[in-house]
Design a protein around this ligand. Sequence first.
Ligand code: ATP
Ligand code: MG
Length: 200
Amino acid sequence: MIVISGLSKDYSGKKVVDCLNLGVAQGELFGFLGPNGAGKTTTIRILTTLTKPSSGHVLINGIDVAKNPEGVKSEFGVVQQHLSLNRDLTIAENLKLHARLHHLAPDDRAKRIAELLDYVELTDHADYLVDDVSGGMKRRAMIARALIHRPKLLFLDEPTVGLDAQTRRRVWDLIRKMNLRQNNSLSDHSLHRRGRGIMQ
Ligand SMILES: Nc1ncnc2c1ncn2[C@@H]1O[C@H](COP(=O)(O)OP(=O)(O)OP(=O)(O)O)[C@@H](O)[C@H]1O
Ligand SMILES: [Mg+2]
């Protein structure tokens, strides 16, 4: 699902990602660990087309990210490190906007949004403005938004930062549940079901 080869990134001559080689299989729950400033967000930004690498290659589901940035975007969803919901809108309106940006068919939109709100347990808060829900609810709304277009891959950049222990556990449980559900719905029995992580 992800193949990274010889990936490097320099900012003003300073190397922040240094020749990263990494593969992540379909169905894997992969944890990318490292201290502040290690280059995790930079790597995720490169994988999701927001930043250009200085050198190296990335394939997402076989698509070269540098050569086909528009084509690769439908393959993944992203939950960014910073809160990126539109604060002038309600939770449901944020999801609707994203569904339109991803060109979901009108009759599919409402069904998909209802399904996702239920999934992240935000149905009762669908009509609340973003500022009027808790930090954990905002994170769950961001996860729902990232899944609108049924991506095969979900990038989560520190999705539990700033959350209390209980809410943190709830978000992780949701991520595990999503991974299990997705894997169970796939017929490929060669999936890697274990979690994996690296330390820098
Ligand atoms: N746009 C930029 N211009 C210059 N330097 C940058 C830029 N973005 C990131 N950096 C630098 O690259 C390094 C890696 O930053 P990055 O945000 O990728 O780290 P991180 O592992 O995500 O850290 P954290 O755990 O704090 O989120 C840092 O030294 C940072 O200052
Ligand atoms: Mg970061």
